[in-house]
Write a protein that binds this ligand. Structure first.
Ligand code: COA
Ligand code: ZN
Length: 310
């Protein structure tokens, strides 16, 4: 039987949040609907955070209102606190993702409070989400290392995961905010979580800051992880982390998975078209490679290149 891998598109959230020029709401809707049309199963379409902290995503509710909800693609949003949960529930999201960091300094920078205060605040988020019948997952940023503090102990990640489970969340995501993950760290963290919090399915969220994002995916696949987050065209980065750069690229990931015989339900051609369109909108060259090179069997005419002679 073919192994199904769930690819979550996070570009409209993780990518758009760091763009300085405000991307018009209608353009966001057009791009996200292209991703829906490509068959992406889950899209993190925006965040319900403070518009002062992240002005680019202030239009989350308007974006959701313009999305094609008829295909089964789930529309998920990041939420840091009860106010965000209320806004997300009122807008009608399919899934809420609360987030915090595994390191105190990054959590302070990102959400202006300590880890414990974030976790306590999630109790209210869970009440709001449960009342609205919206499932909640938890995202742990800096789960493989922090740009301010360095190594993050695996026990700290395990501690937060247990709290997520006890709060009634249905899954968790390990975020590699500034690309500090390595294959041995992926193996260590996945094994620790499976041993101590086996109830929660693990998703992996890598940034390609040091060029080994897809290598880390390979480590995750070997550990049995079936859920990966990525950004079309390789957009992405956290505005509140030094040195943050793009996520692993969705088309490059999907290309690799398909070549390995995994199923994603995503149409790679349509996904590449969406990636080329976002590159046009952003107006600078983005890191995605398969959107430029095409799949490996896209052949070229020998007449396209000169013949070496002499
Ligand atoms: N949505 C909209 N507005 C919100 C909000 C939310 N989820 N949470 C708080 N606010 C508003 C409050 O109403 C208040 O507004 P006012 O000053 O007009 O009354 C203001 O923001 C401050 O609220 P407070 O609770 O004191 O928050 P804070 O200033 O300590 O900031 C966060 C905390 C979490 C709201 C803010 O740091 C944030 O939004 N961070 C998001 C970071 C992020 O998205 N990072 C990238 C993802 S990894
Ligand atoms: Zn990220």
């Amino acid at each position: 039987m073919t192994r199904r891998i769930i690819v979550t598109e996070v570009g409209p959230r993780d990518g758009f949040q760091i763009e300085r020029e405000f991307i018009p709401t209608a353009t966001k809707i057009e791009l996200i609907n292209q991703l829906v049309e490509a068959g992406v199963p889950i899209i993190e379409f925006s965040s319900f955070v403070s518009p002062r902290a992240v002005p680019q995503l202030a239009d989350a509710a308007e974006v959701l209102a313009g999305l094609d909800r008829s295909t089964g693609t789930k529309c998920a949003a990041l939420v840091p606190n009860a106010k965000g949960a209320e806004r997300a529930a009122a807008a009608g999201v399919d899934e809420i993702r609360v987030f915090l960091s595994a390191s105190e300094t990054h959590n302070q920078k990102n959400v202006n409070r300590g880890i414990e205060a974030s976790l306590e605040g999630f109790e209210e988020v869970m009440r709001i989400a449960n009342d609205a019948g919206i499932p909640v997952e938890g995202a742990i940023a800096t789960a493989f290392g922090c740009p301010f503090e360095g190594d993050v102990p695996v026990e700290q990640v395990g501690h937060i995961a247990r709290r997520f489970r006890d709060l009634g969340m249905k899954g968790l995501s390990l975020g590699d905010t500034t690309g500090m993950a390595t294959p041995p760290l992926v193996v260590e963290r996945c094994r620790h979580l499976r041993e101590h919090v086996p109830e929660l399915p693990i998703a992996l969220h890598f940034h390609n800051t040091r060029g080994i994002g897809l290598v880390n995916v390979m480590a995750g696949l070997a550990e049995g992880v079936d859920i990966y987050e990525a950004s079309f065209a390789g957009l992405g980065g956290c505005p509140f982390a030094a040195g943050a750069t793009g996520n692993i690229c969705t088309e490059d990931l999907v290309y690799m998975l398909h070549e390995m015989g995994f199923e994603t339900g995503i149409d790679l051609d349509k996904l590449c078209a969406a990636a080329r369109r976002v590159e046009e909108v952003i107006g600078r060259t983005l890191p995605g490679q398969v959107m430029k090179a095409g799949p490996r069997l896209r052949l070229h005419s020998p007449d396209e290149v000169a013949t070496a002679a002499g």
